[in-house]
Design a protein around this ligand. Structure first.
Ligand SMILES: [Ca+2]
Length: 280
């Protein structure tokens, strides 16, 4: 599938001058030519980065291996009319977005920053040094499409980042409730997509897989695009796309886990232009 490739920079070290000059299509052409010229297989080092079928499993790299955050080039936009999220840009109030813990981990609508329009969702973490355990700030929407959707994308922006613990991070989570066709007998099946702040799973959880879209600390002061082919990820990680589910819950979070007393945990995180639907 053509996803997660737009906006990515070429892999470090792939840099012959010609591909840079002529773009990725020339890379494919050159790669195919390389394969044709060396059918005994010894010329594979230049051919492998661009397998002719597009290497659909590489949805894991919408951000560069290190740093990320600098892909400000706008990727191909999905069809806004097909978006399963309502109020995806927070321009129409806050509904139907909600927090699972509105008193403890709320969100607000802010006009301080917007990826498009005037507003975005703001998660404002302000937790004291004495805070312990785990805490999540939530921006959540639930949808009930007939078929499991394909592609999720969005944008986050971090304006403040004071870590109260090593495990302070941003992620989004896709949860399918009451799935008929996946193993485990769980009440729900999840994929968790860390975006920034941690580089390994924060804890073991039997009904969730982790798929990292970013492993660095968040970049401050700029919008960062993220996207994933969630359907392909379920097929790869769970064996199939969910069927017969009762509902889907999608959570955009900033949170901390395993906090001990000592440091304040503070962050200002914005989300805007969220999309779940057909791939562009
Ligand atoms: Ca907006």
């Amino acid at each position: 599938m053509r996803n997660a490739r737009i906006g990515t920079t070429p892999p470090a070290g792939s840099g012959s001058v010609l591909p840079r000059l002529f773009g990725r299509y020339s890379v494919v052409v050159l790669a195919v030519a390389a394969i044709a010229l060396s059918c005994n297989g010894d010329g594979s080092e230049t051919a492998t980065p661009t397998v002719p079928d597009g290497g659909g499993s590489e949805t894991a790299t919408p951000t560069a291996p290190d740093g990320g955050g600098n892909e400000t080039a706008t990727p191909a936009a999905p069809d806004a009319a097909a978006n399963l999220f309502l109020n995806p840009s927070l321009e129409d109030g806050t509904d139907p977005w909600f927090s699972l813990k509105p008193d403890d981990g709320p969100f607000t609508r802010s006009d301080a920053f917007a990826h498009s329009g005037k507003y975005s969702a703001k998660l404002e973490m302000r937790d004291p040094a004495a805070a312990t355990g785990a805490k999540v700030y939530y921006l959540v929407q639930e949808i009930t499409p007939k078929e499991f959707p394909e592609f999720l994308s969005g944008n986050y922006r971090v304006e403040k980042w004071q870590k109260g613990t090593a495990k302070q991070y941003l992620q989004f989570v896709v949860i399918a409730f009451g799935v008929d066709n996946l193993a485990g007998g769980y009440p729900n099946h999840q994929i968790r997509y860390p975006l920034a702040g941690i580089d390994s799973p924060p804890f073991a959880i039997s009904n969730a897989h982790f798929r990292f879209l970013g492993k660095d600390q968040p970049v401050l002061g700029e919008w960062v695009h993220f996207e994933a082919n969630v359907k392909e990820d379920f097929e790869r990680l769970w064996g199939a796309a969910p069927k017969g589910f009762d509902k889907l819950r999608i959570l955009f979070e900033v949170r901390w886990d395993d906090k001990a007393p000592g440091n304040t945990a503070e962050a200002d995180v914005y989300y805007d232009d969220l999309y779940f639907g057909p791939a562009p």
